[in-house]
Structure formats: structure tokens, C-alpha cells
Design a protein around this ligand. Sequence first.
Ligand SMILES: Nc1ncnc2c1ncn2[C@@H]1O[C@H](COP(=O)(O)OP(=O)(O)OP(=O)(O)O)[C@@H](O)[C@H]1O
Ligand SMILES: [Mg+2]
Length: 484
Amino acid sequence: MTTSNRKAEDKESHLTPAHILVIDDEEILLKSCQRSLEPLGHTVVTTRSPEEGLKILEDQRFDLVLSDLRMPHMDGLDVLRNVKENWPDTEVIIITGHGTVNTAVSAMKTGAFDYIEKPFTPDTLNIIVERALKTRQIYIEHAQLKKEVRSFYIKNIIGKSPAMENVYKLIDSVTSTASTVLITGESGTGKELVARAIHFNSPRSDDSFMVLDCGTLSENLIESELFGHMKGSFTGATENKVGLLEAADKGTLFLDEIGNLPMQLQTKLLRVLQEKEFRPIGAKRSNKVDVRFIAATNRDLKEMVDNGEFREDLYYRLNIFPIHVPSLSERREDIPLLSYHFLGKFESELGLKVDNIDADAMNILINYDWPGNVRELENAIHRAMLLSETGIITPSQLIFLDEAVRGGIPGTAEELKEIKKRLRSRSIESVEKAFVISALERNDWNVSKAARSVGMQRTNLHALIRKYDVPMKEKDAEEQGDEA
Ligand SMILES: Nc1ncnc2c1ncn2[C@@H]1O[C@H](COP(=O)(O)OP(=O)(O)OP(=O)(O)O)[C@@H](O)[C@H]1O
Ligand SMILES: [Mg+2]
């Protein structure tokens, strides 16, 4: 058995030794608690005075406190309140005498984990203590996990440029509030990443982060996605559907590409923002919701307002806390860090083994203009890793999108056939794979569109996608869903 296995088993069979404080005015009871708990590996500190107990708590950290309910000078409920106020993750078990069970129940409402009635056997004590410690352990692991998810979202935003430091500051100052946030920036700058960082660092992080993509859905679809609908409210509404507003209750709703929201829906959204309630399509009554809104756009909303394409009142409602994400060419100093981040990412996600970028290639990366921003850099690194046969990225693998065809990646199935005739097998695979990825990229990861544009059957393109294990974006899932 390996050490880690053994550790896992240990955890199952009994808990890590805990630090336990017992407060009771009867010496006999203190001794008997010590006798039952210490052989299990726990350290047990005892005191007959609740005041003294609170002093000990100031100096040492305890996992669990057992306190008598009725004691001279101070009552167990005061001990409980004090512990819960100052050390909320220390569990408390109340020891009750005969006839005080009712008070014990109210102690549980105040936050005690459980109560134990005197006289009790060592076994009963051990069971209750073990349960309390296990609950505490789960609670701590859960809190740890939540912290990791949070730091994951902040850590995942890579960049140390002053421009990004400024974005982090803005994120920090808005997370604890429920303010509406408007994130602006060119396509691919990381607006969604910022939105997620805000949600996962906010008090709402236990509830959902939902996304409404106003960029790709039709007006009717946006409306039913957002508000939900009742069965039979229109042709095709065969079931009740829960809308995103309801799904995001107590959480966050991310309104992506808000600049594409049709006028009529702008009016409806404004009403939701003002009244904090909405009515599913076909429903008789409105529902209250508590949602934090984050909107994002790569368009100039102010200009759209001036042109009469976006409601001015909605614009002001959304633009309460603006965050602008700078384009990549305004923070070139982040390019090396981002490039190495993506090398690591594709190594761990796809097993691609390329761990270096030579100086010339890095020079090109730093000086290129990146109209598609971080997303384009991410794709360029991915493609270069696929093409590299030496474990190092050199300029010859940096074939940017608009130069793809000229740079050697075939643009059509016909060209692919020609090139394959002239290549050794190892290179055939990398060219074929680059061909598939480049076709998908040029067509927004829509397989049918990509197949059409290169003159290939959809099923054949799919076969290549599978052959090379090309990671598909959400677009394809949607597309397949539509076809099903
Ligand atoms: N600072 C960053 N660190 C790491 N990855 C990033 C960063 N910025 C963007 N990315 C990555 O680039 C891609 C695009 O980011 P995202 O979807 O957040 O951009 P966007 O601004 O919402 O783009 P669009 O306007 O096209 O929707 C994602 O894969 C994201 O993980
Ligand atoms: Mg986006």
C-alpha cells in the first residue's frame, strides 16, 4: 500500500487527533471525559470555571468545546455564544443535566452542534464527539475547496502589466458589492474571465453564474432563455422552461455582447433591472429575483446611444461600475507570460509536449498586433505547439490566421490533398491537424460551416476532428443540439 493510500484509509477509519476543551464544574465528569477521549489520540484540556475556559480559548485554538449548561457564575449558553462569535468554526457540544433538555434544544438553535445528557457512557460521548469532528472536517474541506475555486479564477487571469493591475484593483473593489458592472474591451481581451472572477470572489459565489449570449441567439430565443416560459405559451413550448433570471437567483447573470440585444428586449431588461422582478412568457404573475448583473460588450455603447441603437436609460443602468479590459497590444509586456501560460495549459490539457519558445519567435509574438487579442494569441500558441516537432516553438510555426493559407496550411480539402502528396507521414499529420483547426477557427468553430468552406463533407471533417482529438468549443455542442 502506498503512503497516500494509507492516509486516505486512515481518514476513513478515524479522524485526525483533535484539540478539545471540556468545561464542567464537576471534577469527576472532567476526568471521565479525559479517560474516554485521550486514548483516541485527542488532547483534552479541562477546567471547572467557564471564565477560565474563555481565557484558555483566547490562547489556544480548539476544534471542539464541550460545556456544561448549568454552572455557577456563567451559564453554558454564554460560553456557546462567546465561542460562536469569536471562533465560528469551533464546534460546541452542550452537556445537560436531567430536566434541562429544553434549554439544550435552544442551545442548538444558537449554534451548538449537539447536546449530551448526563450521565453518559464513554461510547455515547465518543460517538457524539466523532460526529462533531467529522462535520467540522467536511466544513473545513468545503471552505478550502471554495477558496481554491476563487483563487483559480483570479490566478487564471494572467498579466502583470500596470494596465492589468488596474483591472485587478477594479475587480477587488466591486466584488463585495451587488453593483451592476459593465465590462468593455475588444473581442478576446478576457471580458468573460473578468466577469467570472467577480462572481467567484463575491458573496454570491455559492450560487450560480449564468451566461446569456446576446451575440448569437435570435430575439425570440433570447427572450425565452432569459425569462423562461410556460408550457403551451407558444408553438413549440411543450414544457415549462426555467429562465436564466430564475436560475441566477441569488447569483450572477452575465449578459454577454449586450450591444446586440434587440430594442424590444432592451425595454424588457430595463424593467427587470428597475423592478427586480420578471414574468416568464405565458405566466400570469411576476416573480421577484435577486440577481447581480454583469454585462459585457466589445461595441461602443455610448455611440450606439447617440445613434439611437441602444436605450440611453438602460445604458446608464448598466454603466454603474465600468471596467475596461485593455487590448493586448496595449500591454505587450504580458505577452511572454501569457505565451508560457498557454504552453503549460495545452501541455496539461492536451498532453502537447512543447516547453520553450525561441528568442526570434518570442520577438515576433511581442511585436505582432493581435487584432484578436488574447484569444488569438492562445490559438496561435496552440497551433504552433501542434506544428512543432522539436519541443521548441520557432518562427516557422508562427502562422497567423490571415496568413494561414500563404504560410502552408491548406485552405481547402483540394489543397490539402495536393500538399499531402508531397509530405512525409509525420508532417502530413501536423499539416492535416493544422488544416482542421484553421478551418474551424475561420468558421467560428461551426463544423458544418467549416466543412462547407473547405469543400468537404461534414462527416469527413468530423472524422478528422476525432482523429486528431481537436478540442471543440461550445459552439459545436450547440450546433449538434440544434440538429438533434
Ligand atoms: N489575461 C488572461 N489570462 C489568461 N487567459 C486569458 C486572458 N485573457 C483572455 N484569456 C483567454 O482568452 C480567451 C478569450 O477570453 P474571453 O472569452 O474572456 O474574452 P472576451 O473578451 O469575452 O472575448 P469576446 O468579446 O470575443 O467574447 C479565453 O480562452 C480566455 O481564457
Ligand atoms: Mg466573451
